[in-house]
Design a protein around this ligand. Structure first.
Ligand code: FAD
Length: 345
């Protein structure tokens, strides 16, 4: 793939208006290996659009270039005692476009709820704005919310307007490992039932049992009490963003609500590793294609949607569980309205 790295929104828009052909949008590129092959497409590297344009501490909002790295934003926010209250790394554009967490985060913060608006460029080079820079938004369609999870297939976001939160006075990560399935699910349910649930929760299941990882945040007394109540041991942050496919195996990713986890556990072979984010997104590392197919076949019965996202057999990529025909039609119609010539691949 040939590469283009714009240094400004205007340069990106001009380049797209020149009809360069098919385009693959990239932030830091950590998910490149997860996308379907795009032979002959131009890679557009957006990591250079990395200015923090506005940080309004009293208003708890900011505007950042899509290429700003998560660590750079965290550093800038720390100086104002603020934070972007959701896990995830890479560039901010890549984090929001990939939405590795899902929207069902119990404590309420996910990329979907934190995106107030954006500036973007359509595949034909048309620049547009959606939403607002501030929490009180203007009327109109929330076109910017479509960006979350769009995986670079609808438009390029060049600037994102984000909602921030004050840094909690105290925070503690916990990791509780070696749990049996039933105990892990009961503990997860108890944590989610708290009036103020942990700010982030993740579940990992492999041959060694289930590990619950999370972050309690708030006043020091509250954090201590929450750890104590749930018998959680404070630990280093053990959050993982993704799984690596075993040799000859595949990664299947999808969505499963917490209530669907028992079914998902039952559908996975004993040799699989599962990583489930509290927002509902999950990844499963499966030993071979047959194991992936078995999961995809039973997924719908367990109220789970899933597709193959990493495999050594390109033809199997995107193979998925049955999708709702209405939702598939809507997604295709959106794509053809925003990118009628199928430029963004
Ligand atoms: C295999 C793997 C490895 C990872 N490694 C790391 C790592 O080393 N460090 C780390 O911090 N995190 C890593 N992550 C997690 C990472 O936090 C998330 O995947 C993140 O959401 C993507 O960030 P990125 O900038 O790398 O995006 P990319 O991987 O470059 O892009 C992610 C998706 O978003 C689209 N996209 C990106 N920017 C835009 C934009 N401005 N407008 C429209 N679409 C856009 C792309 O087309 C792509 O579909 C990894 C994840 C995976 C799956």
């Amino acid at each position: 793939m040939s590469a283009f790295a714009p240094r400004s929104d205007a340069e990106l828009a001009d380049w797209l208006r020149s009809r360069p052909g098919r385009v693959r949008l990239m932030g830091a590129g950590s998910r490149v290996g997860r996308a379907a092959p795009a032979d002959g497409a131009h890679a557009v590297q957006l990591a250079g659009l990395d200015a923090i344009e506005r940080l309004d501490a009293p208003d708890q909002t900011c505007t950042v270039g899509c290429g700003v790295r998560r660590e750079a934003l965290d550093d800038a926010l720390r100086a104002h005692d603020l934070e972007l209250p959701c896990p995830g790394g890479g560039t901010i554009g890549g984090l929001f476009a990939a939405d590795p967490l899902g929207a069902a985060s119990h404590a309420g913060h996910s990329p979907r709820s934190l995106l107030l608006g954006l500036e973007g460029v359509l595949a034909d080079g048309t620049a547009f704005r959606s939403g607002a820079r501030v929490v009180k938004s203007v009327a109109g369609y929330d076109v910017h919310k479509l960006f979350v999870g769009s995986e670079g297939r609808l438009y390029a976001a060049t600037k994102l307007h984000l909602r921030l939160k004050p840094r909690p006075r105290a925070e503690s990560w916990f990791a509780h490992d070696g749990l049996a399935d039933a105990e892990a699910l009961a503990r997860l349910q108890a944590l989610r039932a708290e009036p103020v649930a942990p700010a982030a929760v993740q579940l990992r299941r492999d041959g060694g049992g289930v590990t619950l990882v999370g972050r309690c945040a708030g006043r020091p007394t509250f954090v201590r009490a929450q750890l104590q109540k749930h018998a959680l041991t404070e630990s280093e942050c053990a959050w993982s963003d993704h799984l690596t496919a075993p040799t000859g195996g595949e990664i299947v990713a999808g969505l499963a609500r917490a209530s669907a986890l028992p079914g998902l556990f039952a559908a996975l072979p004993a040799t699989a590793t599962l990583l489930w984010h509290g927002g509902g997104r999950f990844e499963a590392a499966l030993p071979d294609a047959a194991a992936s197919d078995a999961l995809l076949k039973t997924a719908a019965a367990h109220d789970v949607t899933a597709r193959v996202v990493a495999t050594t057999a390109p033809a199997r990529r995107e193979r998925g569980s049955p999708t709702d025909p209405g939702a598939a039609h809507l997604a295709a119609a959106l794509r053809s309205a925003l990118d009628p010539h199928g430029i963004l691949v």
